[in-house]
Design a protein around this ligand. Structure first.
Ligand code: FE
Length: 211
């Protein structure tokens, strides 16, 4: 029988291809193996070419700019802010960001409370909203110490939380991710949503920095 997807290595079909400017690594052993594996899995019906493309698109779109866009929207739109605090994953979806079915809790930093995120067991992290996690987030030192003495860990990131504010540490799991809504900088009144997003750092979204 003939396959629905016949693979033509010469790419003489009529897809739009972006101009390739990066170094061509398509003939590396790893790339050839990955390519062969992908074709076998598609032909066996394990997954479809469209699913592969969706996954690649999702991976390329993983960035802390996604989380920053959500927080900036919340700062200028009270309804979105309420929705974000009520159901982070749904609010992410509303802006076109996929959390892959994992619930997301967004915690707001206030004059009274500063929140910081860790995964003590491993390194769970909202990758689609924050991009790949930094090395220090996965380190035993961070995972252990931020729970026992968060203020000293925050100090090492240059973040001094006054004695009048409570520091809360939130432990992620495979079933639950966290993202922090930093305090909006006082001098940001009148800024556009896009400019506000530019103020929001990855470390601010993890809670190890303020803005
Ligand atoms: Fe984890």
């Amino acid at each position: 029988m003939s396959h629905a997807h016949s693979h033509d290595h010469h790419h003489d079909h009529d897809h739009d291809h972006a101009p390739i400017e990066a170094e061509d690594t398509s003939s590396s052993d790893t790339a050839i193996l990955a390519d062969a594996l992908r074709m076998v899995l598609i032909e066996k019906g394990i997954f479809t070419a469209a699913e592969v493309q969706d996954q690649l698109t999702l991976m390329e779109g993983r960035s802390d700019r996604n989380g920053a866009a959500m927080i900036a929207r919340a700062w200028v739109d009270a309804d979105y802010r309420d929705a974000l605090l009520a159901d982070g994953a749904a609010a992410a979806q509303a802006l076109g960001y996929d959390t892959k079915g994992t619930p997301l809790i967004v915690l707001e930093n206030t004059a009274k409370v500063h929140n910081v995120v860790v995964c003590t067991l491993c390194s769970c992290y909202p990758v689609t909203l924050l991009g790949p996690s930094p090395e220090w987030y996965k380190s035993k030192a961070y995972r252990g110490r931020v729970v026992r003495d968060p203020r000293s860990v925050l100090r090492e990131f240059g973040t001094e939380i006054g004695p009048d504010r409570e520091v809360r540490v939130h432990d992620s799991t495979a079933d639950m991710r966290y993202m922090i809504m930093p305090k909006r900088p006082k001098d940001s009144a009148g800024m556009t949503e896009e400019a506000l997003a530019g103020l929001i750092t990855r470390n601010g979204l993890i809670g190890v920095a303020e803005l």
